[in-house]
Design a protein around this ligand. Sequence first.
Ligand code: PLP
Length: 474
Amino acid sequence: QISPGIKDFEGIFSTMKSNWPENWDTAVAADRAHVWHHMTQHKPYETTDPTVMVEGRGLRLWDAAGNEYLDALSGGVWTVNVGYGRKSIADAVRDQLIKLNYFAGSGGTVPGAIFAQKLLEKMPGLSRVYYSNSGSEANEKVFKMVRQISAQHYGGRKSKILYRDRDYHGTTIGALAACGQQQRAESYGPFPDGFVEIPHCLEYRRTDGTDAPFGEVAARQIEEIILREGPDTIGAMCLEPITAGGGVVLPPEGYWDNIQALCRKYDILLHIDEVVCGVGRTGTWFGYQNYGIQPDFVTMAKGVASGYAAISCTVTTEAVFDKFRMAPDDPMSFFRDISTFGGCTAGPAAAIENMRIIEEENLLTNTLEEGAYLGEKLAALQDEFSIIGQVRGKGLFWGAELVTDRITKEPVPEVIMKQIIASCRKQGVLVGMTNRSLPGFNNTLCLSPALIVGKADIDEIVNAIGVALRDVKI
Ligand code: PLP
C-alpha cells in the first residue's frame, strides 16, 4: 500500500539525481573542518567522515556519499511530520517572503493571524498564541508567564514549577532547570531556583514495590511533593504528554485524570509540552487530546511546520491572557517579552500549508492505521527477541526498550544500541535511540517515521531491526 503523501514524490527522484551539484566532497570537508554538530562527540570524525545530507523526498534521504536512507525518525528528532520535498510548503513560504518576510511580533502579520486562528480551531478551550522559534523558547515563555502571574497576582509566592523525572523541555538554562534527565543538565549550572522534580510515570520501571494501579500511585507521589512544597508556592506543572527522549513513556491508566484533578485541587496551571507530540504525531492533533484533559498552556515546535521553517508556539487560555491585560495602576502588567524572529512570516506560512496537507491527505487517520501496524510488527519482534523488554507507543511514536535480561530489566549498554543503529543504517534505515550518551535513558530504540508512512516502509524498517538484532551479541 502506498500512503497518499508518497504519490507526490514519484518521478521526482530521477530529475533530482541529475540536478545534484558536484561539490559534495567540498561540503563534507567543510563540515568536518568547521561545523560543530549538536549532541555529538567529534573525536570519531578524526578518522571518519561526517554524514552530510543532500536531499530528501517523502521518507527517503540521500547523503553526500550517495547513500540512500529510509528515515524512520522524521529528521532525527520527530520533526519532518509531512515528509521531505513538499513543494507546496516551499511555494507557500516563497510567496509569503516576497509579500512580506518580517515584522516584529509587537505587531501582527497575515500568516501569523491566520495560523493562530486555524490552530486554535483544533484546540478547544485555548485562545491565544505567542510565537517564537524553538521548543526551548516556547517553554521559557511559559515559565516567565507563570513567574509574572505569581509576582502580580500572588505576591511572588506561587512561583515554583514542577517538572518530571525523564522529561525534557529544552536546552536553555531555564529549560535545563526543568530537566528530568540529569546528565543533560550536568556541568551547566548553577540554575535558577524554584524548579522541583516529581517522579516519572514509566510503569515498566516502577519502584514502589506494590501492584496498586500505577496511575494512582504516581499521582499520590506527586501529591506528596505538592504538600511538602506547599500548594500555595506552586504555580505550574510542566509535563510531556508522552515522554519522548526520556524513553517514550506512555502514561499509565488514569494518570492524566489524576494529574488534572491535582492541578484543579491545588490551583496549579497545567503546562503540556507538545514539542514532540504536537501536530499529528500520535494520530490526534495534540498528544493531550488522547487523554481528555484541558491544559492551561500548550507549547509546540517541531511538527508545527515540519522543519520547513522555524516556528514555535506558546498557546494559552483567555483566563491566563486576561491576567496580563493592562491594569491602569500597573504599567508593568503586560508580558514584557519579545522574540525577534517570532515575527518571521515564513514559520506561520509553512505551518498553514503543513496543516492543510495533514487534513487533505488524511494523515491523522494514516498515523492511526499505520501506527497500529507498526505496533503489531514491533510486538511480533518482541516475541522473537528477548532483548526487547517492552514495546511502547501511540500513533507513529514508538519505542522498544532493550534489556540484557527480562527479569532484572538491566538496560543494554550503549555500545550495543550503537551496533543495532549502525546495522540498520548499513541496511539503509535510519532508526534512533532515546538520548544518545545518557546512561539510563539511552536503551530505547526510537521509531517515528513521517505521518505519510505506508506498510511497505514499515516492513522495511522492522525487517532491518530484525536483522540487526539477530547479528548483535550481548
Ligand atoms: N520539549 C521537548 C519535549 C523536546 O523533545 C525538545 C527537543 O527535543 C524541546 C522541548 C526543545 O525543543 P528545541 O530543541 O526546539 O528547543
